[in-house]
Design a binder for this molecule. Structure first.
Ligand SMILES: NCc1[nH]cc(CCC(=O)O)c1CC(=O)O
Ligand SMILES: [Mg+2]
Length: 349
């Protein structure tokens, strides 16, 4: 019996006397390692755990109030008291961090987004209430003006331009009230140029040297954010689109530049958004920089899956977990996902 040969140049005629075919068969049978559950577990390259999940939540004014988000079945906006309960639930599930987004009363929206720097705005109150409960839980707050502007843009509008530097000054004020409220991580999601640098230096200047920054570094101008804009109440307001500040879905080299710049300016972690349609970008960013890289499975991705689950077209549990594992395979350190509590419960079983 000849020794195994793996030469692909050797040609053989298939037959019972053939010891080795090209590809190594039958010496090599890829299915051997898949033959039983224990073996599949043993050779698994990636693993999803509750520690990989960040749970985004929507906060609404009021008490004991939960209001459904029509385009995101199963997702509710919660009043501050219920957000604290949900935060405790996250800890019980082993979820390390939550991200809070406010539904802002239209009356509190304005051209200058002043509510963003109100130290008693909804996300600041929610953060203080969660922090008062002394949980081992990270609170991540979005830094962007869109929940607070009357026009629904992430920046200040002058004429028909979203002005960069003036917006940065507003983002600094917003960051400081959020850090003061106890936010562990600030997540600038607006895509203005230079905002990580000015926010970082303002935080250092005010003594918030341990406030982390998770930059939405490669954020695309995507149609997948539609349901989120319903959830925060900005979809009816938005004039035009966000293509002068968010990235063109056609680009990936540009994503690497965006990430490099934000790291240089002082970001501790970076994010790619949306998630599943941009796994190639997640892979490139995680491989190129080797820094904590997060992906956001956004509202539209959630809505797509949830709709198919409702129709009985896809198996909810299996599809959800597969969609999340895909992020780990692409190199993500973690995923922001509205499925976080359900996924964490399944993973605990
Ligand atoms: N800047 C705000 C912001 N932060 C997170 C999302 C989207 C999240 C989601 O769709 O789940 C958006 C919307 C947008 O940029 O229009
Ligand atoms: Mg940038």
């Amino acid at each position: 019996m000849s020794s195994r040969t793996r030469s692909s140049t050797r040609t053989t005629t298939p037959g019972p006397e053939t010891e080795t075919l090209s590809g190594g068969f039958p010496a090599i049978r890829m299915r051997r390692n898949r033959k039983a559950s224990w073996s599949r577990r043993l050779v698994a390259e990636h693993q999803l755990s509750p520690a990989d999940l960040i749970w985004p939540m929507f906060v609404v004014d009021g008490a004991a109030l939960r209001t459904p988000v029509a385009s995101m079945p199963g997702v509710e906006r919660l009043s501050v008291d219920l957000i604290v309960e949900a935060a405790k639930h996250a800890v019980d599930l082993g979820i390390p961090a939550i991200a809070l987004f406010p539904f802002t009363d239209p009356k509190k929206r304005s051209e200058d987004a002043a509510e963003a720097f109100n130290p008693d705005n909804l996300v600041c109150r929610a953060t203080r209430a969660i922090k008062a409960a002394n949980l081992d839980l990270g609170v991540i707050l979005d830094v962007a003006l869109d929940p607070y502007t009357s026009h629904g843009h992430d920046g200040l509008l002058v004429g028909d331009e979203i002005v960069n530097d003036e917006t940065n000054a507003a983002l600094v004020k917003q960051s400081l009230v959020q850090a003061e409220a106890g936010a562990d991580v600030l997540a600038p999601s607006d895509m203005m140029d230079g905002r990580i640098g000015v926010i970082r230096s303002a935080l250092e200047g005010k003594g918030f040297k341990n406030t982390q920054i998770m930059s939405y570094a490669a954020k695309y101008a995507s149609a997948f954010y539609g349901p989120f804009r319903d959830a925060v109440g900005s979809s009816g307001l938005l004039k035009g689109d966000k293509r002068t500040y968010q990235m063109n879905p056609a680009n990936t080299e540009e994503a690497l530049r965006e990430v490099a710049i934000d790291l240089d300016e002082g970001a501790d972690m970076v994010m790619v958004k949306p998630g599943m349609p941009y796994l190639d970008v997640v892979r490139r960013v995680s491989e190129t920089f080797g820094v904590p890289t997060f992906a956001y499975q956004v509202s539209g991705e959630y809505a797509m899956l949830a709709a198919a689950f409702e129709k009985g077209w896809l198996d909810p549990d299996k599809t959800m977990l597969e969609s999340l594992l895909a992020f780990k395979r692409a190199g993500a350190s973690g995923v922001l996902t509205y499925f976080a509590p359900k996924a964490a419960r399944l993973l605990a079983e």
